[in-house]
Design a binder for this molecule. Structure first.
Ligand code: TYD
Ligand code: MG
Length: 457
């Protein structure tokens, strides 16, 4: 018998090493390598297309690009419009979708609703490893879902799930969650990197072979990634993350990677007592309603996927009582805040070195685009001076290290959305100034950070 081969894989970055080391050679994290077995047949993790049929397989005869008939991938609409939007139009046959998010954010609820909707038209299977069948049935009852066609399988053994998938041949199957599964082929505990990787790879192989769409639920580690960032993300076709504040009722589902659609597309839901409801016009959700003008608040128009979204950026600047002032940001990038404070000092002449600075994007939304910079700067200065910004003002624009304001993509759409919601003034980069004025909103174009802040001092 051939000797079973092993390799060591990093739980942080998914990189492999031939032997155990204290430090990962790829990402330099400490104590993250764990042993995995490599199947001698090559059918496991590294080689998931090994026995996939032609057409789905990664290997095949060489052809010239023009010979290949390109078709649009057919879509299976999930019956939930906001969910279809993030998926890029619906599920793709044979596609594997990973949905991550904090516990209790609504992953199981959303998938149960989607499957119940689909079950009217097709065979669907819900594999539950976390909750018992009774718990799932109870939830479906509470949600008012009647889905007599939906099959439920409480199971955590990968091989038995594979058999069920082959015999039942559903159109869409949900596995809740990937961390509870174990394969007989491995001795590691469920939830360990090697089990999660092997189970995901095997399920992906089945999906590609049989054309079943498989949705994997993944738990997020405390660093905010699914069992280490790269471990699963490169195996599956689509990675979606649930975002949002569990204390508020709004939930965002964001496409992080999508082989069949646009990334950063956003689906917006409200959690109600009857499950998740799509919010089709979410642009004003992330504005808090102040009765009076308050200092430290600026309204940003951000562009998430194909939709503009208005988000209130709040800043609090207060005297620091420790030698190292605190810089804290929620929903925005921390390093970017440090950079903006440096720009503020050097190019605008406003110093915050003896001040604690806190910034927050309202509603638990995460903003990664640099076009938020100008709103952050305005909010900080407004809080520092104790002077509210004018009502009806929206802002967007990236701030460069030289103190310049750079244009943001899709400026006109942002302006139009702000005008639609009743905003009357917009502070924008010069490059975004529309040739024809947008009715209802006055655009104030600026080129430098100092110029922008001087207007509201
Ligand atoms: P759940 O889908 O179980 O989360 P996950 O699978 O991501 O861990 O969501 C559970 C939460 O949602 C729970 O805190 C209760 C809340 N909830 C509602 O508010 N309304 C509902 O109709 C349902 C089913 C759940
Ligand atoms: Mg769950």
């Amino acid at each position: 018998m051939a000797k079973a081969k092993t390799a060591y894989v990093c739980g942080e970055c998914g990189g492999e090493a031939p032997k155990w080391q204290g430090q990962c050679p790829h990402c330099s994290a400490w104590n993250t390598l764990s042993e995995i077995r490599i199947d001698a047949t090559g059918a496991s993790a590294g080689n998931r297309y090994a026995s996939a049929p032609a057409g789905l397989a990664a290997t095949g005869a060489m052809k010239s690009l023009s010979e290949i008939e390109a078709r649009d991938t057919p879509r299976i609409a999930s019956t939930i419009e906001e969910f279809d939007r993030v998926l890029g139009g619906g599920f793709v046959p044979g596609g594997v979708v990973l949905i991550g998010g904090d516990p209790g954010i609504g992953k199981s609820t959303l998938l149960l609703q989607a499957l119940a909707g689909l079950s009217a038209r097709a065979r669907v299977l819900y594999v539950t490893g976390e909750e018992s069948a009774e718990q799932v049935a109870l939830r479906a009852q509470r949600l008012g879902l009647t889905a007599p066609g939906m099959k439920l399988l409480p199971e955590i053994n990968l091989e038995r799930i594979q058999t069920a998938l082959v015999t039942e041949a559903p159109l869409v199957a949900v596995v809740d969650s990937i961390q509870t599964l174990y394969s007989d082929a491995l001795t590691a505990a469920p939830g360990s990197v090697s089990q999660v990787r092997e189970c995901a790879a095997q399920l992906t192989r089945i999906a590609k072979q049989s054309g079943i769409t498989i949705v994997l639920v993944g738990h997020v580690t405390k660093e905010g990634t699914i069992a280490g960032p790269r471990v699963l993300e490169h195996i599956v076709d689509t990675v979606l993350y649930f975002e949002g504040d569990t204390h508020s009722s709004f939930r965002l589902v964001r496409a992080f990677k999508n082989r069949f659609g646009a990334v950063n597309e956003l689906g917006v839901f409200a959690m109600t007592d009857r499950g998740l409801k799509g919010v089709s016009n979410p642009s004003a959700l992330f504005l808090s309603q102040h009765d009076q003008d308050v200092p430290g608040s600026a309204v940003l128009v951000t562009q998430e996927g194909t939709r503009p979204l208005l988000v209130e950026i709040q800043a609090l600047v207060d005297d620091a009582h420790a030698p190292n002032p605190r810089r804290l940001s929620v929903g925005l990038e921390q390093n970017r805040l440090a950079m903006l404070l440096a720009v503020l000092h050097r190019h605008v002449g406003v110093a915050c070195y003896d001040q604690d600075v806190f910034i927050n994007a309202v509603g638990g939304v995460k903003i990664a685009e640099p076009a938020a910079d100008l709103a952050v700067l305005l909010a900080i200065v407004s809080s520092l001076k104790g002077k509210p910004l004018p009502r009806g003002l929206v802002v967007f624009g990236e701030v460069g290290l030289a103190g310049e304001i750079r244009p943001a993509p899709r400026g006109q759409e942002r302006l139009r959305e702000a005008a639609k919601l009743g905003f009357t003034q917009a502070l924008i980069p010069k490059g975004n100034l529309p040739k024809i004025a947008i009715p209802g909103i006055e655009a104030i174009a600026v080129e430098r950070a100092a110029e922008a802040l001087a207007r509201f001092r």
